[in-house]
Structure formats: structure tokens, C-alpha cells
Design a protein around this ligand. Sequence first.
Ligand SMILES: [Zn+2]
Length: 155
Amino acid sequence: MSIFKFLFKKSDLECPRCLGKGFVDQEDIRRLNRQLKWVPAPCAYCNASGTTSPEMLANVPVDASYLTIDLPESEIEKIKNADPEMLEKGRQKELFLDNLIQYVEHHYQTQNMNAEGIAELYIKNEDERALFAVDKEDLKEYIEKIIKLKKSEIN
Ligand SMILES: [Zn+2]
């Protein structure tokens, strides 16, 4: 039901995430420094409407990594309402990714390891109590993305 909410809510506040396009593109991703966390997709911040509300601006940071369009609608609603449990889950997810990115950068720069090697090492040393399980092929692909970005920063 809430999917239609934006149609009825009058608002002329331009969405600061997609700048009113309703779509987050590479340019927006770069501007918000979320290259390793988002891919181009319809904007979750404004539900692809291009406009947002004062409540939304107050409750959710524009660059909140965890608010993406692939989440179930119920979770998106919870984030918009600043549900503490949901925000904590989002923080954990972000922390997990930040740690992983640091881990990869460290091994790439100091040990000169490739994505395959780093993925193997990471999985071997993975904490059994880790909050997020990772699939090796997905992990490798993600590590390649981190290394590629790192290289482009150096050059
Ligand atoms: Zn937007």
C-alpha cells in the first residue's frame, strides 16, 4: 500500500541522493562516495519519485549505504521511520563492508596479493560467528572491484 504514498504526498523537495532524477547513476555514486556499496539503480531514498519529505531528510542520511532499492519494502519503511533495530542492522552491514574493504586494501598494498589469494585468506580466517556469510565467488568479484577502485585512486 505504501508504495503509492509518494503519489499522494505533496512535496517539492528535490531528492538529494539522485538530484531529482529518480535514479542513482555512476555520477551520484561517485559524488556520495559509495562506489563499493551501490550500483546504478532506481533511487531508494525517494522511491524513484525524485522528491522527498522533511521527515525523510531528518531521519535518514542521504548517503546511508544500507538504504538500497533491493531491500524488502517493509525494511525500507522501517529505515524511513528510523526504527532503532533496523538502523543498527544497517550500521552492522556498513561496518562489515568497511572492515572487509580495509582488509582487502591492506593485503593488496602490503602483501601484493591478488583477489583470489585475498578471498582464500579471508574465508580461511573468517570468524565462525561472523554476522554475514560470504560466498567465495561473490567475495572474489567484490575484492576485484575494491582493487580496481584502489588502482584508479593511485593513478
Ligand atoms: Zn532520489
